[in-house]
Design a binder for this molecule. Structure first.
Ligand SMILES: Cc1ncc(COP(=O)(O)O)c(C=O)c1O
Length: 299
């Protein structure tokens, strides 16, 4: 297995980053996760754009061109013989003296890693369980721009730990005002009365690339869309709930652990306890979009 580090491919067990890298010391870094279908990174321009936008927000040097990064991804996948994979690109501040000040750090560190596609097909067909996390989503929109896809993921790590503890697949974090934001690694949607609802970006969430794509597919599924500030209780009257991210695609939620961690282990079925018809339609439309992109790329 290989890693693309800075400017070359190295064996994974020889991929070393400095102990003085501010990405390691202070979480001063950004990343992107990209899904590769048939050797082709899906939605690459959007990921490349978000990577640069995150870098700009942090005045973090990201001197690698889009073409350079694409070629690096291709080389990495070829070295490991992978055509279906998830690729993570991380850019950190690089090595520098101890202390927060990034001014003396250079150069930025680039790490590209891949792992084989972990098939989620069974979960997409059956659905997953979800709970509301106890921990609040950080950073909040008032403290740091939530559009930065930062390596600083502590509230999501806590939310993942809580998911494991409570025996659910994903937890959804609230903001300080008690409104729904997003999953530990996903965006949240629910459907009620032919309307597709999703928390508004102003609630404090990463505007996912899959989220945007799914909002764009809603009309073809016969759904209106509404972005708003929702309370956890709004999920109780939902006909359907699903999560999205680059690797989940459209992942149905069929069970809620409700209401909270301190009130026992009550579980409630979402709708009829199986993926609903609109969610299935959106799954099919998403797949069609992937296949169309591959056809356009000549795959
Ligand atoms: C916290 C969080 N929200 C949302 C998403 C979904 O983003 P995308 O659809 O761009 O993968 C992710 C992706 O990993 C995430 O980590």
């Amino acid at each position: 297995m290989h890693v693309f580090l800075q400017s070359r491919l190295v064996h994974a067990d020889q991929a070393r980053v400095s102990a003085f890298d501010h990405g390691f010391l202070y979480g001063d870094g950004i990343y992107e996760t990209v899904r590769v279908y048939a050797e082709t990174p899906f939605e690459w321009p959007a990921h490349d754009h978000r990577l640069r936008q995150s870098a700009r927000h942090l005045s973090l040097a990201c001197p690698w061109s889009s073409r350079y990064l694409l070629t690096a991804i291709e080389r990495l996948l070829r070295a490991d013989g992978r055509s279906e994979a998830t690729v993570r690109l991380s850019v950190t501040r690089g090595p520098g003296p101890l202390g927060l000040d990034p001014a003396l750090c250079r150069p930025s560190t680039l790490v590209i890693q891949s792992h084989p596609d972990r098939s989620l097909e069974a979960l997409r067909e059956k659905g997953v369980s979800m709970a509301i996390a106890e921990c609040v989503r950080h950073p909040s929109p008032g403290s740091l721009d939530c559009r930065i896809k930062s390596t600083n993921s502590l509230s999501f790590v806590l939310a993942k730990m809580e998911a494991r503890r409570r025996g659910v697949f994903e937890t959804v974090l609230l903001n300080e005002a008690g409104r729904l934001t997003e999953g530990a690694s996903s965006n949240l949607f629910f459907i009620r009365a032919r309307t597709l609802h999703t928390p508004d970006v102003s609630c404090g969430l990463l505007p996912g690339i899959t989220r945007r794509l799914v909002l764009g597919l809603a009309a073809a599924a016969g759904l209106r869309t509404l972005e708003g500030a929702y309370r956890p209780q709004d999920l109780l009257s939902a006909d359907e709930i699903f999560l999205t991210n680059t690797t989940f695609e459209v992942l149905p939620v069929t069970e809620l652990a409700w209401p909270g961690p301190r009130t026992g282990r009550r579980r409630r079925a979402v709708g009829r306890g199986r993926p609903g018809p609109y969610t299935q339609t959106l799954q099919a439309l998403y797949r069609r979009r992937v296949l169309r992109r591959l056809a356009r790329a000549g795959v």
